[in-house]
Ligand binder design. Structure first.
Ligand code: MG
Length: 173
């Protein structure tokens, strides 16, 4: 019987001038960027938390404390890489991820393919197992006023090896 577990992650960061905007590992042209200890990639952080939650490993704040200078300015893709390693050490591998980014601006649709590619390389998942949607909040609330960007993600993990074994047996049949 497959051991599968689901996790959820949520994150929000403030938009400020003078920072690059990085979402899903992609640098997106915009006059403002997200404030944080790392590159503040809110989408990748939500995915990290979903993976950690699914594997029973706590959250990104516990794994990578912002008091630790090693993580200052770090690419969140490096954090995701470490999360995938931790999840693997706990006996699981990602099965699929689905996420929504909430942002008033900029328009994210042209960048979703790039985000899927960047995240998929680290998650070792094909594009059809990574869902990324973008929506506004209809000008409502802090995100709607353009004060920040938030993201929510769910992830399913399965016993390590199981999915890969099933995929390769399907490929052989
Ligand atoms: Mg964060």
């Amino acid at each position: 019987m497959a051991d599968r577990r689901v996790g959820i992650g949520y994150d929000v960061h403030r938009l400020v001038p003078g920072r690059p905007l990085v979402l899903g590992g992609v640098v997106i042209p915009h006059e403002m960027g997200l404030l944080g200890h790392s590159d503040a990639d809110v989408l990748t952080h939500a995915i990290c938390d979903a993976l950690l939650g699914a594997a029973g490993l706590g959250d990104i704040g516990a794994q990578f404390p912002d008091s630790d200078a090693r993580y200052r300015g770090i690419s969140s893709l490096r954090l995701l890489e470490e999360v995938v390693r931790l999840v693997g050490a706990a006996g699981y591998s990602p099965h699929n991820v689905d996420a929504t980014v909430l942002a008033e601006l900029p328009k994210l649709a042209p960048h979703l393919g790039g985000m899927k590619a960047a995240l998929g390389r680290i998650l070792r998942l094909p594009p059809d197992r990574i869902g990324i949607k973008a929506t506004t909040t209809e000008s409502l609330g802090a995100v709607g006023r353009g004060e920040g960007i938030s993201a929510i993600a769910v992830c399913l993990v399965e016993s390590a090896g199981e999915g890969a074994a099933q995929r390769s047996s399907r490929a052989m049949s």
